[in-house]
Design a protein around this ligand. Structure first.
Ligand code: FMN
Length: 305
C-alpha cells in the first residue's frame, strides 16, 4: 500500500484492464466473471489506474466496436497476451468525464495519460499540462494523482530520446503542479538511470513495468516472428513476461528508493507475494483481470488493504 498525505494506493491495483473510465471495458463487460471482478474492485476500494488517454481522440489499431481489429489483441499460453492496442481513446475530456462518473459510483480511479512525444517534445508537454488542467476542472478535488505512461518504441535511438522527453515532461508537470502525486510508468527497455533521474525530478512513485516488446520475450533466433510484426511486433504481458519483468523490477528496487508499483506477468497470489517480497509497495494486474478475472478477484480479496 502507498499512503501519502495526498491519498492512498491499495496493495493490489488494477492497471488499464478497466478501460479509460476505470469501471470496465467493452466487450469484456459481457462476461459475468469480469463483471464480478469490477464489483469486487469497487467494494474493496481497489485503486484503478486507467487505460491511457491522449490529449485528443486517437484511433489506434484496436477498435472495440470493430471485430476486424480484434486480432490486435491475442492470447498467448500461460495466461499471456500479445497486444498492439495502439492507444485508442476518446481524448482526455471524454476520458475524464468517464472517470468522473466512476468516482461518483465509488471507484478509486487514478487517470493515466500518454504524452505523445511523436508530435514533438514541446507539443507533448503543453498537451500534458492542458490535460492536467482538464482533469482538475472535471474531477475537482478527486484528482490527486496522475500516472504518466512513458512507453516508447524499442530502438536504441528512440529509447534515448524518449528518456530525455520523459524527464523534461516530468519536470514541467512537477513545476506547475507541485501538489500532484505523480506516478511514472516505465518500460523494460528503459535504462535504470531513467528511474533514478525521475526520482531526482520529484516523481512520487514508479510503476514498473509496461508490456515487454515481443522480441525480448521471444528472440528471433529461437522463435518465429511476431504475428503482429506489421505493427511493430506488439507487447507481451501476463505469464510469459513474468520472469523478465521480475528481474527488471528486482534491480530497479536497488536503484531507487521511491515507492514502486510492480507488475507485469502476475498470474497468481504467489506471483504477487514474490513482488511484495522484493520490495513492491503495490502490485498491478492487467492481463489476469482480462483473461482470468475470477483469479484477479481472489487476489484482490486476499491482499485487501
Ligand atoms: C490489451 C492491453 C491494453 C493496454 N493498454 C495500456 C494503456 O493504454 N496504457 C498503459 O499504460 N498500459 C497499457 N497496458 C499495459 C498494462 O497496463 C500492464 O502494464 C501490462 O500489460 C503488464 O502487466 P500484466 O502482465 O499484468 O498485464 C495494456 C495492456 C494490455 C494487455
Amino acid at each position: 500500500m502507498i499512503q501519502s498525505a495526498k491519498g492512498r494506493i491499495s496493495t493490489i491495483v488494477i492497471s488499464t484492464a478497466l478501460g479509460t473510465s476505470g469501471r470496465g471495458i467493452f466487450p469484456y463487460t459481457l462476461l459475468p466473471g469480469y463483471r464480478r471482478l469490477v464489483r469486487a474492485v469497487k467494494d474493496n476500494g481497489t485503486t484503478v489506474l486507467t487505460k491511457s488517454a491522449t490529449r485528443f481522440k486517437r484511433k489506434g489499431n484496436f477498435v472495440p466496436l470493430n471485430p476486424l481489429t480484434w486480432e490486435y489483441i491475442q492470447r498467448l499460453p500461460d495466461t499471456g497476451m500479445l497486444n498492439a492496442y495502439g492507444l485508442t481513446n476518446p481524448g482526455v475530456e471524454g476520458c475524464a468525464q468517464g472517470i468522473r462518473l466512476s468516482l461518483g459510483m465509488g471507484f478509486k480511479v487514478i487517470p493515466n495519460f500518454y504524452p505523445e512525444f511523436a508530435k514533438g517534445t514541446e507539443t507533448a508537454i503543453s498537451e500534458t499540462l492542458e490535460a492536467i488542467d482538464l482533469y482538475q476542472k472535471i474531477l475537482g478535488p478527486f484528482f490527486w494523482a496522475l500516472e504518466l505512461n512513458f512507453s516508447c518504441p524499442n530502438s536504441q535511438e528512440a529509447i534515448k530520446e524518449n528518456v530525455q522527453q520523459g524527464l523534461k515532461c516530468t519536470q514541467a508537470v512537477m513545476a506547475r503542479n507541485p501538489s500532484l502525486f505523480l506516478i511514472a510508468k516505465i518500460s523494460r527497455v528503459h535504462p535504470y538511470e531513467f528511474a533514478q533521474e525521475l526520482e531526482s525530478s520529484g516523481v512520487n512513485a514508479i510503476h514498473g513495468i509496461n508490456t515487454i516488446p515481443y522480441e525480448i520475450i521471444f528472440p528471433e533466433e529461437r522463435y518465429p516472428r511476431s504475428p503482429l510484426w506489421q505493427v511493430g511486433g506488439g507487447g507481451v504481458s501476463g505469464g510469459p513476461a513474468f520472469e523478465e519483468a521480475f528481474n527488471y523490477n528486482q534491480t530497479l528496487r536497488k536503484k531507487v528508493s521511491l515507492p514502486l508499483i510492480m507488475g507485469c506477468g502476475v498470474r497468481t497470489s504467489e506471483d504477487v507475494r514474490k513482488y511484495l517480497d522484493i520490495g513492491a509497495a503495490a502490485v498491478s494486474l492487467c492481463t489476469l483481470a482480462l483473461r482470468r478475472p475470477q483469479e484477479a478477484e481472489k487476489i484482490i480479496t486476499t491482499h485487501h488493504g
